[in-house]
Design a protein around this ligand. Sequence first.
Ligand SMILES: *[C@@H]1O[C@H](CO)[C@@H](O)[C@H](O)[C@H]1NC(C)=O
Ligand SMILES: *[C@@H]1O[C@H](CO)[C@@H](O)[C@H](O)[C@H]1NC(C)=O
Ligand SMILES: *[C@@H]1O[C@H](CO)[C@@H](O)[C@H](O)[C@H]1NC(C)=O
Ligand SMILES: *[C@@H]1O[C@H](CO)[C@@H](O)[C@H](O)[C@H]1NC(C)=O
Ligand SMILES: *[C@@H]1O[C@H](CO)[C@@H](O)[C@H](O)[C@H]1NC(C)=O
Length: 753
Amino acid sequence: MKKIYTSVHHLTFLLLLQVLITHASRSSASAAAGNEQKDFHIVYLGDPPEGVSAVEHHMHVLSSVKSNDEAVDDMVYSYTKSFSAFAAKLSPSEAQRLSRHEKVLGVFPNRYHKLDTTKSWDFLGLPKTAKRNLKTERNIVVGLLDTGITPQSSSFNDHGFGPPPKKWKGGTCSRHANFSGCNNKIIGAKYFKLDGNPDPSDILSPIDVDGHGTHTSSTLAGNLVPQASLFGLARGSARGAVPGARIAMYKVCWVSYGCSDMDLLAAFEAAIHDGVDIISISIGGVNAEYTSDALAIGAFHATKNGILTVASAGNDGPNPASVRNHAPWILTVAASGIDRTFQSKVQLGNGKIFSGTGVSLFQPKEKLYPLVSGFDAAIDEDNKETARFCYDGSMDAKKVKGKLVYCKLGQWGRDSVVKSLGGVGTIVESEQYLDIAQIFMAPATMVNSSVGDSIDSYIHSTRSPGAVIYHTQEGKVDAPFVASFSSRGPNPGSTRILKPDIAAPGIDILAAYTRLRTLTGLDGDTQRSDFTLMSGTSMACPHVAGAAAYVKSFHPNWTAAAIKSAILTTAKQMSRRVNNDAEFAYGAGQLNPVRARSPGLVYDMDEMAYVQFLCHEGYKGSSLSVLVGSKSINCSTIIPGLGYDALNYPTIQMRVKSQQKPTVATFQRMVTNVGRGPYPVVYNATIEAPKGMEITVKPMTLSFSRVNEERSFKVVVKAEPIAGYSGILSGELVWRSPGHSVRSPVVVYKQQD
Ligand SMILES: *[C@@H]1O[C@H](CO)[C@@H](O)[C@H](O)[C@H]1NC(C)=O
Ligand SMILES: *[C@@H]1O[C@H](CO)[C@@H](O)[C@H](O)[C@H]1NC(C)=O
Ligand SMILES: *[C@@H]1O[C@H](CO)[C@@H](O)[C@H](O)[C@H]1NC(C)=O
Ligand SMILES: *[C@@H]1O[C@H](CO)[C@@H](O)[C@H](O)[C@H]1NC(C)=O
Ligand SMILES: *[C@@H]1O[C@H](CO)[C@@H](O)[C@H](O)[C@H]1NC(C)=O
């Protein structure tokens, strides 16, 4: 229930959505068995016995807790391709009995999750003219799990594309309701809605009614579209990271229901089977063990098949430990800002001019409009406190008509409420979200509290207050910075692994949109556009997935871990000046796609390394069965992972408990040479450590005489006791050769009590 569209754009509907989803997930449990209510569950199994098909095996297992007829009715889906599992309706007692069944590895309730560029690629240093390996890029297929896609968009026309690559096993995609079918750019489009509950606000087809999936797809792999803009704003050529790549869309998120575990897993299975190269998933995660988190489980199976999963970190920042999708085999992406803002000026009747943020595409017709505060426009005394926030039904239309209204931010969409009462526009005061440009459906802007206070006192200092909001203009800001909403570390799942992994642009990103929805989706909005701005870690994620596809187009044989390592160790360093939460805000730093193409060295791993890691983390072998797909995992018979974190991770994190003695940990690492000669290539370790932290590396020099050669080294991190200190210390280890520098942030933080 905690999964959200990780786009702030959708915060507009968050409150409404929450109500709907809570309702939906309650009512999703349909028929009652006796007095017991049945809910959707996912049941994981090992391989079927010899001579029995997986589907028969699933039915057989389900029939052990209910009658055959009931089993047929309640079976929802069989996962048979990359793992063995089924989804079914179960009562609590049936679920409990199944979890004790000898063939069953795990039983989990199905959760419902909410969904949480023109310029961004140039800003990241991936210009239109960047070197491309177009021949292999055309063979790259990127898979997105999202809200669907808009085949009509010029970002996805297939001019110049040949037939799908030979490795594609996704078949041809058929026409569906309101969906014209695939082409040679969108080579796959499937939808998953296993709960069977009709969604009146969506269409049962891969078409994108929401806009989110169209937006993320075009950021990842959209064609170059010159002169894209939002009614003239953010004008430029829109393009994805890999405009030559093919797209496969797996629609798992529905406008009023969000995205369910059962559908996510089915989509992962299909994407792995179809032959996608990279999976991008801009959906909010849960704070749960990896072995009960459908997204982490799906991503693990993808990793096993050589497919990197890139996911959004979440929009619950700046709260500490809010980062999600934090399994070590996922590449977890935070959102940063680029150097462009969208500002509207507000002028008051006394001549004072203030600046507010947001996209307001309206030219004022008058010099000045009467101004009232929501508080003063309340229907009655009882409604004054809700009217302060301009809540629906709290204000008197007679007091609002023809006026600008000043409100505090409690919910998005106040512009719609004010307009519906005949108001002219809205000035919203907020302390949060001032770094993103909300799109408005009527004249509006968002100001900070000090401006808000000035406006409020102006309103009460004159008999006929007035104001005007001007059309939005583009402005410049210092960048990069980390978005206020971007979820922060420390990692709530594994204290020894740094999360988020990296930051990429996720503020005011221009990308393709659907004509099936207005820009805001609010009542009374009539604005539609083929491109729009959205903000969120949802928007940051496809930037990194695109960079991963770009790297893969040069190195088709690299493992998921190697691609991830290349992206992390070449990131552009950010510093505490950018954000005080340091690595907990931006991980290894800002994505740098061109450098990621040629990292020099990589920290490589296979899926067994993650199992060793999980054993080291204290996961029971029996729970790991769900990931590995067999009952026989026994941690005490598995060679343990080495060192403090037991994983060859490209970043380093140590947690210090509050104590008197210094804390010391040894990290064991191994790098693989992926650079070209001339040989021998020698890398020297360069270390930086702040006061209170000491880093030593052994050996300090690594010499390579051929490609794919491996070298091991040890990093010892020592931290002085940090009394009364909360926060993090940031150091680094950089391996430098004449042609490359391979950087790992080294983070020490104190356990929060
Ligand atoms: C979808 O297609 C149906 C049938 O052609 C049509 O009536 C409906 O208006 C379409 N919906 C949208 C949102 O375009
Ligand atoms: C509030 O916004 C105004 C206008 O943009 C700006 O000058 C001022 O510095 C801001 N105040 C704070 C506390 O951020
Ligand atoms: C990738 O692997 C395939 C099959 O193992 C091999 O034929 C091919 O040469 C490899 N490509 C590169 C660039 O290493
Ligand atoms: C795991 O292996 C150890 C050592 O071989 C053995 O003692 C233990 O019983 C096994 N545990 C399980 C649950 O099979
Ligand atoms: C690495 O260290 C060796 C020995 O100290 C030195 O000769 C060499 O120039 C260094 N290389 C680089 C790239 O700094």
